[in-house]
Design a protein around this ligand. Structure first.
Ligand SMILES: O=c1[nH]cnc2c1ncn2[C@@H]1O[C@H](CO)[C@@H](O)[C@H]1O
Ligand SMILES: [Zn+2]
Length: 382
């Protein structure tokens, strides 16, 4: 049969990546919670090992569904209640090693080449571990998972972010912990938990301390609470990135003629290239957005904000990086070039040193996309 030429010679149309290409494309993940990404079967095994009786079911398939449905509540506070079960089984050195190793393996198999995975060390002290022991166990697990991934033909580098819970009062301690381990697997700091009623400035001391140490941090802001939270995170606390930041959309007006007006804060975020760690599925579950097609990531990307794509909690959202991109490709028709743009944005915004970021972009990400983009030339579409 004669070969079809789908568009005029000399032009190209963006090709929609297949699910398999999306999975194989190199991806960078900046916002993923360790305690939000366990495999259901690992939870069941760890619960049996530590005698935790509180699981709603011990059937792994049912448990996966339970987490997704329970997290589908439309409220961040209810969404966060599900973490009681995952944290309950992450209290020993062995459990933390196992969960971190699984995490690195799962991300690598999904095509993630660089990830910053966060967790709150203060939530893993119930069986007597110290904060330092928690960090060391998680680091050991990630090194183990990276090695296993390599043995299976994948390449991934994982750094961690230490989170302080915003309703608690341990942020100074956790910031100091992050600083102590900064050259040993920890690349930055974060605060998480219920946002409304817990402004980031409550933890100003921790942020000032990290600034004094020239260390890096991101802040969950603009998810369940709006512009004041984003403003504080940037202008009082000095956040390097925003966790979610979706509500920056409240400072943008789209006129009927299609023109767009940015308020001062939105303009600042765009002008300063503040990275937005966007997590579409998580936002649908907590009602921070109403559908993929209406998710602010579409507009913000068109306006060239520094947008990145993330999973937040793979267990609670039943998702992966490939699935997040799959939803966006479906909603917005993104091409491999668009995926590369999000991925380079993320790598530019990572907390590892500049030379490592550059090497990852030039030696891994760009060649990876170039190879995928050339596949249509050689494909055997019989
Ligand atoms: O999207 C989120 N917004 C705010 N807090 C979150 C989100 N996802 C998880 N956590 C919180 O972060 C803790 C440490 O990983 C989790 O235990 C959970 O309480
Ligand atoms: Zn989060």
């Amino acid at each position: 049969m004669e070969k079809q030429i789908p568009f005029p010679a000399g032009t190209t149309a963006p090709r929609i990546p297949t699910a398999d290409q999306i999975r194989r494309a190199p991806k960078v993940l900046l916002h993923d919670h360790l305690d939000g990404g366990l495999r259901p079967e690992t939870i069941v095994e760890l619960a049996a090992a530590c005698g935790y009786q509180g699981l709603p079911t011990t059937d792994p398939a049912e448990l996966g569904v339970w987490f997704r449905e329970a997290a589908d509540s439309g409220s961040l506070v209810r969404y966060l209640e599900t973490f009681a079960h995952t944290c309950a089984v992450m209290q020993t050195r062995e459990a933390l090693i196992r969960v971190a190793a699984d995490c690195a393996e799962d991300l690598a198999a999904d095509g993630v080449v660089y990830a910053e995975v966060r967790y709150a060390p203060e939530q893993h002290l119930e069986a007597g571990l110290s904060l330092d022991e928690v960090v060391e166990a998680v680091n050991e697990g990630f090194r183990e998972g990276e090695a296993k991934a390599r043995a299976n033909g994948y390449r991934i580098k994982v750094g961690t972010l230490l989170t302080a819970m915003r309703h608690a009062a341990r942020s100074q301690e956790i910031a100091e912990l992050a600083n102590r381990y900064r050259d040993a697997g920890v690349v930055g700091f974060d605060i998480a938990g219920a946002e409304a009623g817990h402004p980031p400035t409550r933890h100003q001391g921790a942020f000032d301390y990290l600034k004094g140490e020239n260390n890096h941090f991101t802040i969950h802001a603009g998810e369940a609470f709006g512009l004041p939270s984003i403003w504080e995170a940037l202008q009082c606390c000095g956040a390097d990135r925003l966790g979610h930041g979706v509500r920056i959309i409240d400072d943008i007006v789209v006129n009927e003629d299609g023109t767009v007006e940015l308020g001062r804060l939105a303009a600042y975020v765009r002008d300063k290239r503040v990275p937005l760690e966007m997590c579409p599925t998580s936002n649908l579950q907590t009602a921070a957005a109403s559908s993929y097609a209406e998710h602010p990531i579409g507009l913000l990307s068109r306006l060239k904000f520094r947008v990145t794509v993330n999973t937040d909690n793979r267990l609670m959202s039943g998702t992966s990086m490939s699935q997040e991109f799959g939803h966006l490709v479906e909603a917005f028709g993104y091409s491999l070039d668009d995926m590369q743009w999000f991925t380079v944005n993320a790598m530019k915004s990572a907390f590892v040193p500049f030379d490592e970021r550059l090497a990852m972009i030039n030696e891994v990400i760009k060649p990876g996309y170039a190879e995928l983009k050339a596949e249509w030339l050689f494909g055997s579409s019989a």
